[in-house]
Design a protein around this ligand. Structure first.
Ligand SMILES: Nc1nc2c(ncn2[C@@H]2O[C@H](COP(=O)(O)OP(=O)(O)OP(=O)(O)O)[C@@H](O)[C@H]2O)c(=O)[nH]1
Ligand SMILES: [Mg+2]
Length: 297
């Protein structure tokens, strides 16, 4: 543990992160978490470890841990989320319609889900090492009204989408569907589901839409800090069942996350860095599906 910390300080680029970190949440950086007790670090880095002991023995754990990078790989990914003069992270532009969306060559990932599910909060947590990048969140559903594009240097773009369902913008479908169908550089869609309430009717419609589009997408279970563990487990099992029986383009591993506590943020940073072809993993993925990068999609 100690030697890892030492190596971190010797890591090139660490300086840049330190400056941004002064203002950021103390858990925003993986470098701070390695000093925590092992169990706490484990649940921050691999949140599935929080629910795993409560799963029935008959349940296969493999699908929950297909993407299970090393701490070194997560550190490599984290560097991408630190802004520097040669690697600028910024809010770029907002678009109300697909034909207003900027043409970009970098691989892109987008976040969709019901209004209030925590899309903007998740992006804010991803960018917490660069607090000067403003991502607006609100407890009022329907807050994000446009597609907001954030550039991560020359590596990739992250798009925050308006939510569907309650108080969704009227033009939600006209805005988001054409984007999901035709955006050329889109390498992955992240479909967020609230872990404290589970799959809702609107989520099932979104799932169906993603299946129709037939582009790779990934489920993210948000707000795992909220509600009881029993409720989370039952919602997770239901979701896994839906993914198994009703999907063919969905990555079998759901990403468990709390933007509030930073659980799962490091893992997701690493996954994004991997699928956009921005890092090479030292530990090869165990499943060919998620081994696909921006270059071979
Ligand atoms: N407990 C808890 N609350 C969260 C989490 N993520 C987001 N929230 C809260 O959920 C509310 C909605 O968050 P947003 O990130 O604005 O949700 P959104 O999906 O972007 O919503 P729209 O822009 O309206 O579509 C805010 O009050 C957040 O503080 C989480 O991981 N845990
Ligand atoms: Mg939002």
């Amino acid at each position: 543990m100690f030697s890892l910390q030492l190596r971190l300080w010797l890591h090139p680029g660490a300086q840049v992160c330190v400056v941004s970190r002064l203002k950021a949440h103390r858990l925003a950086s993986l470098q701070n978490t390695v000093a925590l007790p092992q169990k706490k670090t484990q649940s921050l880095l691999y949140p599935f470890s929080q629910v795993e002991p409560y799963l029935d023995r008959s349940i296969d754990r493999t699908q929950f841990q297909l993407f299970h990078p090393s701490v070194e790989d997560m550190l490599k990914a984290e560097k991408l989320f630190c802004s520097s003069p040669s690697h600028k992270i910024d809010y770029y532009i907002s678009a109300e319609r697909m034909d207003h969306a900027p043409v970009m060559k970098q691989p892109e990932v987008c976040f969709i889900g019901r209004s209030n599910v925590g899309k903007s909060s998740l992006i804010k947590a991803l960018f917490s090492l660069t607090p000067e990048v403003e991502v607006r969140v609100s407890k009022t559903p329907g807050h994000t009204k446009k597609m907001n594009f954030f550039r991560v240097g020359k590596a990739f773009t992250i798009v925050d989408m308006p939510g569907y369902g309650h108080k969704a913008p009227k033009d939600f479908v006209d805005m988001v569907e054409p984007y999901l169908y035709s955006r050329k550089n889109l390498v992955r869609t992240f479909l967020l589901v609230d872990g404290s309430v589970g799959l809702q009717k609107a989520d099932l419609i979104a799932l169906e839409m993603c299946e129709e589009i037939r582009r790779p997408y990934v489920m993210v279970v948000t707000k795992i800090d909220k509600g009881t563990r029993g409720v989370l487990l039952s919602n997770l099992m239901h979701l896994q069942d839906a993914v198994k029986t009703h999907t063919s383009s969905c990555f079998p591993q759901p990403f468990l996350l709390s933007s509030l506590n930073f659980w799962g943020i490091y893992l997701l940073r690493c996954f994004i860095a991997h699928i956009t072809g921005s890092i090479t993993l030292t530990t090869p993925p165990t499943n060919s599906n998620e081994g696909a990068t921006a270059h071979n999609l």
